[in-house]
Design a protein around this ligand. Structure first.
Ligand code: NAD
Length: 474
């Protein structure tokens, strides 16, 4: 597919050709998988400068160092981890055949087979990571893939499409550009697996579309990732680490801390510490190149809308630093104890604002977390081992970081994904390889079939029923 030919019809033709090539090729050996992963690595190395420049332009201000760290290096780390670890994952697993066939020479194993072609739909907030991190594990598992970057970052999407077209045979990996209509087209195609990263609402539409072809889905969605600060936490450290997380991509990250629960008597001290920590990292707003801009006017209006609504309902809002929004660069707005019904308590913030709520007993914070859909991430700060275990045992979330925020998402050797409303399935680690593999059981029968001799085949003899009855044991 040329980079000018991105239509749903061309996509259907391309996918059919990829699927045909997959069938024709048969088993995908390790060398082929390694070559494909290496091509993706080489692509990012070759194109990292235009990609970083495109992300800066698309956001209207995103520090090149941050884009390198988050998107280029984040993707490279996933690709390299997959490249350097997938080979032992490919090996078939011997399994124990059942009695009495285990005594008669039967064999059994589990084979990890590529599924075919994987569709990967990405977001704007981490425009490379949400494409190339799942791609790493899809390729490691021996699949082919078609990427669909987000239209909200059009220059980045264009560079991705051009780079993929230059570096890959489209029968192995291709990219298609376009907006929601192309996302819908991808999800309506008979891919062998679909990875969607994005909002929970669009995730539902994707799953519905995929159901028409029974396409299995990995949904990497969002949600209001809660942060619980226990009384045993070092408040200054917690505040600093939360400030650093809120400053990353201006809070436009799926695992960003959204609502912070803090003990009532520590609330004011925490707000001051958070305000000071954020202002220490970002002393100014206007023209501060370290501060990522909110991606577009629509998202800025969305976040400002939540803030105006909270203020109208009587919530106190503290700005750090105490400066106005400049263009689309924003101070961190700390929204303190907004009343029930406030929109900022309902919607994922996904931007440079944070809610702080007070609790008297940690059980109230746990109950508040459990009253909401299951989040993508959960953070606990504290040194109280029993309380930490209580939080882990009584909540569910995609992942957890303790005494930091967001770090679990950077683990290459462990799965990353959501649960409930924050998604299903995962990539990273061996679990990511399995996600994109068909786990196929193979049973090889022995030459000797004992059933006739043991009276287990019709016409049934007189002992058959009694022999079966005798085995119904507790
Ligand atoms: P989005 O759901 O608006 O868009 C994601 C992708 O879906 C884009 O490629 C878009 O073109 C496509 N799309 C949009 N509408 C569509 C439709 N009706 N049918 C089919 N495709 C459609 O999400 P976004 O604004 O790009 O990203 C923000 C959301 O993504 C947040 O909720 C965030 O938490 C989540 N997110 C999750 C992860 C994760 O790994 N779990 C990572 C990044 C972002």
């Amino acid at each position: 597919m040329s980079t000018h030919d991105h239509t749903p019809e061309a996509l259907a033709t391309l996918l059919a050709a990829q699927k045909q090539a997959f069938i024709a090729a048969g088993a995908v050996d390790a060398a082929t998988r390694r070559r494909r992963i290496q091509t993706a690595i080489d692509l990012l190395v070759k194109y990292h400068k235009p990609l970083v420049a495109a992300m800066d332009e698309d956001f209207g201000g995103r520090h090149p160092g941050f884009s390198l760290m988050n998107d280029v290096l984040g993707s490279l780390a996933s690709l390299k981890h997959a490249r350097d670890h997938f080979e032992p994952w490919m090996a078939a697993d011997r399994r124990q055949p059942f009695m009495p066939y285990d005594q008669l020479g039967a064999e059994a194993w589990v084979q990890y087979q590529p599924k075919g072609s994987v569709g990967i739909i990405g977001t704007w907030n981490a425009p490379l990571f949400t494409l190339f991190a799942p791609l790493a594990y899809a390729l490691a598992a021996g699949n082919r893939a078609i990427l669909k970057p987000s239209e909200i970052v059009p220059r980045t999407a264009q560079v991705v499409a051009e780079a993929v077209a230059e570096m890959f045979d489209p029968l192995e990996v291709a990219a298609v550009t376009g907006g929601p209509e192309m996302g819908a087209a991808v999800s309506a195609q008979p891919f062998d697996h679909l990875v969607f990263t994005g909002s929970t609402e669009v995730g539902k539409a994707i799953m519905k579309n995929a159901s028409a072809n029974l396409v299995p889905v990995t949904l990497e969605l969002g949600g209001k990732s809660p942060t619980l600060i226990g009384r045993s936490a070092d408040l200054a450290t917690a505040a600093f680490r939360i400030a650093a997380a809120k400053g990353a991509n201006a809070g436009q990250l799926c695992v960003n801390p959204d609502t912070v629960f803090v003990a009532r008597e520590q609330l004011e001290a925490f707000v001051v510490a958070l305000k000071d920590a954020f202002a220490g990292l970002f002393p100014t707003v206007a023209g501060n190149g370290d501060l990522t801009a909110v991606v577009n006017e629509r998202h800025l209006a969305r976040i400002e809308g939540y803030l105006a609504d909270a203020v109208a309902r009587g919530a106190r809002v503290v700005s750090s630093p105490a400066e106005p929004v400049a263009g689309r660069r924003c101070p961190l707005r700390i929204v303190i104890a907004p009343p029930a019904g406030a929109r900022i308590l309902e919607e994922e913030i996904f931007g440079p604002a944070v809610v702080v709520q007070a609790y008297d007993d940690v059980g109230e914070a746990i109950a508040a977390i459990n009253s909401r859909p299951r989040p993508l991430a959960l953070y606990y700060f504290g040194e109280d081992a029993a309380e930490q275990q209580r939080v882990l045992d009584h909540t569910l979330s995609g992942g957890v970081t303790i005494n930091e925020a967001m770090f679990h998402a950077a683990m290459h050797d462990a799965p990353f994904g959501g649960v409930g409303a924050s998604g299903m399935g995962h990539y990273h680690g061996r679990e990511g390889f399995i996600e994109f593999s068909h786990v196929r059981t193979v049973f090889k029968a022995p030459a000797y079939d004992p059933r006739r001799e043991w009276g287990m085949l019709p016409p049934y003899g007189e002992h058959f029923l009694a022999a079966m009855e005798a085995q119904v044991t507790p």
